[in-house]
Write a protein of this length. Structure first.
Length: 407
């Protein structure tokens, strides 16, 4: 094991010839992290200004993550036909165009209309993620793919911090009774994204071809796609259920009992929760160059289940802190499970990646289930939803750890 660890440390996360494309693609992770995070602020904002229920406000997440489910396979087919760069440009155009559709509702916000541009934004994001996630795993040695994807996803965490921080200050600032104009932040996002789309028309990304495994492994790949792969797919769905549910109702959890104000809770989400999330991903990418990703995933899965159990108990500040600490443990889960599920699949990699992107439907299911539980019982009881999701991730992590020890 020592030889394996020392070898991994010498490999490096990104191959030298792919550093520039890695930087360009990583910029996209930052952009969509910020766009998705703004919704976590909007969720509470609409509850306060439009007096909608928790279940009703969760329709925003359903619109975005429902688009992921519907567009994941078409996005994969398009990227295989047109290439990564064209796929990125189309994704950015949908992302930016959807953001600018908030302009017509600047003066008269109707909640149901908000769902249309959010759905279009979701279509753009799924194309970007379907292109970027597998692309990053191929920019270096396969043994460091999980760490490489964690590093890129760290900037997704940084974008989330910025999105919640700026969104919270904008939507929850005192304005003497005036309601914040939702079109302003999305117009800024739209303009930035369209500029990024233009920049990608001026650069050339190397199109990476996934090599066939040798004949001895060909049948093993097919079996893996039928078994272990779909276990990973289920784990990703449950992870998305847990992660997006926590993000969506974090502010509710911190404010419904008068513990914090919405503005302070949004600051705590951005600097505390999402700050730890980003740190966790940077740390995870560093550890994975020396420690097997299966071992790290198992430790983090135990941590998330423990923290969500504490969140369900009436322990006051301890329960609140447990929700925040959970962000560290969950931080490495999506990219790690994603990279592990598509490892050694050869030419099946792109098709498998498209299927895995459908797992983000969990981001629509989880908030709706948690919103219903929050309306019917309490926001504390609703944290049973992410607990169940993390238990499934723990099962996958344990199976992967045992499987890795036998290889």
């Amino acid at each position: 094991m020592q030889n394996e660890n020392s070898t991994s440390a010498k490999i490096g996360l990104v191959a030298r010839q792919y550093i520039f494309p890695f930087i360009l693609i990583t910029m996209l992770f930052f952009l969509w992290g910020g766009a998705r995070a703004v919704m976590d602020v909007l969720n509470k904002h609409f509850q306060l200004t439009m007096h909608v229920s928790k279940t009703h406000s969760a329709l925003m997440q359903a619109a975005v993550y429902g688009a992921y489910f519907l567009m994941a396979i078409p996005a994969g087919l398009m990227i295989r036909r047109l290439g990564t760069r064209i796929g990125v440009i189309i994704g950015l155009l949908l992302f930016g165009g959807g953001s600018l559709l908030f302009l017509p509702i600047s003066d008269n916000v109707v909640f149901e209309y908000v769902l249309l541009p959010l759905f279009i934004i979701g279509c753009g994001l799924v194309i970007l993620e379907t292109a970027a996630n597998p692309y990053v795993t191929l920019l270096g040695d396969p043994r460091t793919a999980a760490g490489r994807l964690n590093l890129a996803q760290s900037f997704n965490g940084l974008g989330s911090i910025v999105g919640v921080l700026l969104g919270g200050q904008f939507f929850f600032a005192e304005r003497g009774g005036e309601v914040a104009d939702i079109a302003i932040p999305y117009s800024v996002i739209g303009i930035i994204v369209l500029i990024a789309a233009f920049c990608f028309t001026r650069v050339k990304l190397p199109e990476l071809v996934t090599a066939d495994n040798d004949a001895a492994h060909g049948q093993a790949d097919v079996n893996r796609l039928g078994g272990y792969f779909f276990f990973g797919f289920a784990a990703l769905i449950c992870y998305e259920i847990a992660e997006i549910s926590i993000n969506t109702f974090f502010i509710n959890y911190m404010t419904d009992d008068g513990f914090l104000t919405p503005n302070t809770a949004s600051l705590l989400l951005s600097i505390g929760g999402l700050g730890l999330f980003m740190i966790g991903r940077f740390a995870g990418s560093a550890f994975m160059s020396r420690i097997r990703s299966e071992k790290i995933l198992l430790a983090c899965a135990v941590g998330t289940v423990s923290m969500m159990t504490l969140a369900l108990l009436p322990l006051g500040v301890v329960s609140k802190c447990a929700v925040i600490v959970c962000y560290v443990f969950e931080s490495i889960m999506f990219p790690t499970i994603f990279a592990m599920a598509i490892a050694r699949l050869g030419k099946l990699t792109e098709r498998a990646s498209s299927i895995l992107m459908m797992s983000v439907i969990g981001g629509a299911i989880g908030p709706l289930a948690m919103g219903w539980m929050g309306d019917t019982f309490s926001i504390t009881a609703a944290f049973a939803v992410p607990l169940i999701g993390f238990i499934v991730v723990l099962a996958f992590a344990y199976y992967s750890f045992i499987k890795a020890k036998t290889r």
